[in-house]
Design a binder for this molecule. Structure first.
Ligand code: E4P
Length: 226
């Protein structure tokens, strides 16, 4: 499975890559705009932090397939490394995915709200599909059920496209999405940290240190044992 960080914030990316076993970063136009930066320069900075091998997903903005294709080619030319072009699963987006995938360009179909959108994007040649779990829940749907249906359809038809479950606001949605067999998740920094937080873990660590220091002295570690 793959862990991706859903952010365009450089400090968050540095932190996640320092601490966690990261596979990539996903950005979207909102996340980039929030940083108030030059788009291409910023993507280059992200690439420098994560390295050439790590996946970087960057989104196009246009509404027509023709211009989406031009934007995709521009991004590929400017940003090197393991780059995935994110294209929304509109009919124009599907057309762009169909054409770009034939040229061997790696694509992520984004803004997926139904399993049929995911199936169509996969058939058009997307490497990943990104269902927006929390946003589906916010319109009284079940994001996890949509993820589950996509995973099932891909298994049924032996489709290689991977599910990149996205748009999370809590750990349980991440957990339930992964239980369906979703291949990858993209999660914001706050939720990412919460994936491993537990008060009993912190309590246990404190207790170990207290017991150790009672016997061996304050501040002593394994390195002080001869
Ligand atoms: C996916 O790639 C999107 O960037 C994303 O997960 C949207 O998440 P949000 O609903 O938290 O904005």
């Amino acid at each position: 499975m793959l862990y991706l960080l859903d952010t365009a914030n450089l400090s968050e990316i540095r932190k996640a890559y320092d601490l966690y076993p990261m596979d990539g970063v996903t950005t979207n136009p909102t996340l980039i705009a929030n940083e108030q930066v030059n788009f291409i320069d910023h993507l280059k900075e992200i690439r420098l932090i994560i390295g050439e091998e790590s996946m970087l997903h960057a989104q196009v903005l246009s509404n027509t397939a023709e211009t989406m294709i031009e934007e995709a080619q521009y991004l590929l030319e400017k940003i090197g490394g393991n780059l995935y072009i994110k294209i929304p699963a509109t009919s124009q987006g599907i057309k762009a995915i169909k054409i770009l995938s034939q040229k061997g360009i790696k694509l992520t179909a984004t803004a997926i709200f139904t399993a049929q959108q995911a199936l169509m994007a996969a058939k058009a040649g997307a490497a990943f599909v990104a269902p927006y779990v929390n946003r589906i829940d916010n319109i009284s749907g079940s994001g996890v059920s949509v993820v589950e249906d996509i995973v099932r359809l891909f298994d049924t038809f032996d489709i290689n496209t991977k599910v990149l479950a996205a748009s999370f606001k809590n750990v349980q949605l991440v957990h339930n999405s992964l239980l369906t067999g979703a291949h990858s998740i993209t999660v914001n920094m706050e939720t990412f940290d919460m994936l491993i937080e537990h008060p009993l873990t912190d309590w246990s660590v404190d207790q170990f240190v207290k017991d150790w220091e009672l016997q061996y002295g304050r501040g002593k570690t394994v390195l002080d044992m001869i």
